[in-house]
Ligand binder design. Structure first.
Ligand code: M6R
Length: 602
């Protein structure tokens, strides 16, 4: 997601900002920009695409002596990735960069426009700078105007604002999006993570949600709820790679831990209190659609399969899911009333892209759910919804899967609402469950330690079966895929009720069964299937909120009412299990043998 940098000092702010943004590239972006204030003149520049474009556009700009500056890499949420929508956003005499989403921006924008304020972009961010300037004109005090602006904003943000009327200060605020201040003896830096600060700052201040203030090159003034806050400085240690990994052993591990945060990003501005909103889709999007076909590969296929249950159950629309490489050659019968959805983390998967082209050629309406804006699949599809997982580096997909499932779940509700097949009460309870998911995906240290200890018992044997019913069957497929990708052990996902039709013949003490036993969905039926395996001496690792006597190992989950809450919690557990088994086997978790992050060949 977006990245933010800021600088106050005597060195070249242009270079420091551009280098800082380069360190944040891993977060993903589609445009970038900087603004530098030296004396009374402001220079600013923005460019779409890679940072090299911004470097090129700013090559003739030099700043000598003291300056202040802000920079931003933008991952589009409100409005397309264009230069006008890129940050910094400008008012008459101030500039702002922002990470997060201002949920009430429409109200603020309407009110400002009714007073004659002109907007240049489609973003939520631009309201901040105009509101600040309006407040400043009334109050004539920059910090008071900034505070008043913050009070009007709802949503998540990390904000940096500079204004010509105070050419030595940066105003900042953090609420729900990351922001760190770095210092040395005579310079001050802002960044979204440690990486841009390494080699520049000696000490850092990690801002907490709700904190705001203003900074000079040698002074930080920090506040929360109008009270001054004592500054806690920490030494900055580490190298660039480990900073990018945030102290985790592998990117995959970091990405598992990031799921809570990216899921919050994914639902921001989409899961509202009483409805789902996708600004990417127009009002009439589902008119005349009577069927959904979803096409994808690998993990993305599993997210589609899991949520196909929801499309039928909740949105009452017939849905089928196909593996893209199979779909391409089966001479499929396609009807115009079908919405064709493709899912892809990378947006470059050759089979999925070709399937999409086939559907378009047949005249179907197409929608992509993708994590990389401007990718081939996004460009090809009629409509696209971004998953907002941020860049995923581990080849084994984790947080991209989590956000795909979340987008599809919200889409099922969006359709249900559009078709008027869901009551207000049910929609409200689904939305409540959605908002609970980020909390459930926070990885508790005790859970991780337990799985780490347990993993040593699962390094041999003649194979794993991950079993589950309903939406937990695709989750079992995904759990098995994660394990085989990074451990190189044989693992299969299977519908729990189908084991007795063949695979149970394999059961013995060396067959490891990972049983997904949610309490909220078909518990008794799944339990019977697991008992059948236990009776044949299979080794059982049960994951459930209910104690299960026949389990050899047991991981207790939270007792939740909504099956999707149980789904996300079990997803995290299966990911950590795969990770820990792979680490014990000494494998390269992030770059498993024979696999690539983007599969651009057939
Ligand atoms: O980029 P995509 O989501 O289209 O990729 C599809 C599969 O190649 C991908 O999900 C693959 O299965 C991953 N390695 C899963 O961890």
């Amino acid at each position: 997601m977006c990245g933010i940098v800021g600088y106050i000092g005597e060195n070249s702010s242009k270079e420091i900002l551009l280098n800082g943004l380069a360190e944040l590239e891993y977060r993903g972006y589609d445009s970038a920009g900087i603004a530098v204030l030296a004396d009374d003149s402001i220079f600013h520049s923005k460019a779409v695409g890679k940072l090299a474009n911004l470097r090129d556009k700013t090559k003739d700009f030099e700043v000598n002596g003291f300056s202040i500056g802000i920079g931003h890499t933008r991952w589009a949420t409100h409005g397309n990735p264009t230069e006008l929508n890129a940050h910094p956003h400008l008012g008459e005499f101030s500039y702002v960069v922002h990470n997060g989403i201002i949920e009430n921006y429409k109200e603020i924008k309407d009110s400002l426009m009714s007073e004659g304020v002109k907007f240049l972009s489609q973003t939520d961010t631009e309201v901040i700078v105009h509101l600040f300037e309006k407040n400043y004109k009334e109050i004539k005090d920059e910090f008071e105007a900034f505070k008043k602006t913050l009070k009007s904003l709802k949503g998540a943000y990390a904000i940096l604002l500079i204004t010509k009327s105070q050419n030595n200060k940066i105003f900042f605020a953090k609420n729900g999006s990351p922001m760190i201040i770095g210092t040395n003896s005579n310079e001050l830096f802002f960044a979204s993570s440690d990486a841009p600060l390494l080699g520049l700052a000696n000490e850092v201040v990690y801002l907490e949600d709700g904190e705001y203030g203003y900074a000079l090159c040698d002074e930080i003034n920090l506040f929360k709820d109008e009270e001054k806050v004592d500054i806690q400085k920490n030494p900055l240690v580490g190298d660039k790679i480990s900073a990018q990994k945030g102290g985790f052993r592998f990117f995959m591990e970091k990405e598992i831990y990031e799921q809570s945060e990216v899921l919050s990003d994914c639902i921001l501005g989409r899961a509202m209190d009483e409805r789902v909103d996708f600004e990417e889709l127009d009002e009439n999007f589902f008119d005349d659609i009577t069927h959904i076909k979803i096409c994808a590969c690998g993990t993305s296929y599993h997210s589609a399969l899991a949520t196909s249950y929801l499309f039928e159950r909740v949105a009452k629309i017939s849905t089928n899911v196909e593996i893209a490489s199979e779909f391409r050659y089966k001479e499929p019968l396609l009807t115009k009333e079908t919405l064709f959805i493709v899912i892809s983390q990378s947006g470059e998967t050759a089979d999925t892209l070709e399937a999409l082209k086939m559907a378009k050629k047949a005249g179907l309406k197409t929608l992509s759910i993708c994590n990389v804006d401007n990718s081939s699949i996004v460009r090809e599809a009629d409509f696209s919804i971004l998953a907002r997982a941020g860049i995923e580096k581990g080849v084994a997909s984790t947080k991209a899967f989590a956000t795909q499932v979340m987008v599809l779940w919200m889409l099922a509700l969006y359709i249900a609402e559009h078709k008027k097949v869901i009551s207000k009460e049910n929609l409200a309870s689904e939305l409540k469950a959605i908002k609970h998911i980020p909390k459930l995906c926070v990885v508790k240290d005790s859970l991780h330690q337990k799985i780490r200890r347990l993993s040593k018992r699962y390094l041999h044997g003649h194979g794993f079966f991950f079993i589950g019913r309903d939406i937990f069957f695709p989750l079992a497929l995904e759990g098995a895929l994660k394990l085989k990708e990074i451990s190189y052990l044989h693992a299969e996902g299977y519908p729990a009720g189908e084991m007795k039709h063949g695979p149970i013949a394999l059961a013995d003490a060396n067959l490891f069964t990972v049983a997904l036993m949610p309490k909220s969905l078909h518990y008794e039926k799944t339990k019977s299937n697991v008992e059948e395996l236990s009776a044949r001496d299979a080794t059982i690792l049960a994951i459930s909120p209910e104690e299960f006597d026949l389990a050899d190992d047991f991981i207790k989950t939270t007792s939740c009412e909504h099956p999707m809450e149980e789904f996300f919690e079990m997803m995290v557990i299966t990911q950590i299990l795969a990770l820990e088994i792979s680490i014990r086997l000494g494998n390269d978790v992030d770059m498993p043998r024979n696999l690539a992050k983007s599969v651009t060949v057939e």
